[in-house]
Design a protein around this ligand. Sequence first.
Ligand SMILES: [Zn+2]
Length: 196
Amino acid sequence: MHTNTRLGLAISLLTMAAFADIAGRPLQAERAVEVGPSVMIYGATAEQIDLGRWAVRRFEAAKLEAPPVEIDFHGDAAGCGGHLGFAKAGEVDMCTTLVNAMARRNLLHEMSHIWLDMNADASVRERFLELRGLREWNASTDPWQERGYEQGAEIISWAIGERILTAQIPDNDPPQIGAAFEVLTGVAMPAPRVEG
Ligand SMILES: [Zn+2]
């Protein structure tokens, strides 16, 4: 766990701090960088910090607030439970070292989980499940691509992202994604943007 300190500065803030790892690994120095309102990044390279700033801008360009989140970059898959990325309780773990289209998609996907945690209430989730023909919001007994929570994260990340990689869910034509995006967020899906 890190201490999420907001100093309210308009500029990005660099701090050095040492943290004990709960798994008992050695103390390591990590740089904390604020890349957006309440979006803090730890353990990132300069390129990954830019990736975080890009992700915040993609939310804002879609007229959504980036969720308050702590993003931890790891050098291997150990910090992500064997996955490339992981989101839980206001924290995102990223285990990709390359900054490429896959990393951009993965970061938006994980941040979208946090966005959904904070913004999609029970009635929104219910309407979304109905629209998508799904049973449950997040039942581990359902296959990954049939969980509302995963479809929601794929839909938001595709809609606000580069749209280079196909959303990994059924019924992923742009009009279908657009309708679902609007149910989840209350705003229209943004027009495709070339730059970011
Ligand atoms: Zn996910």
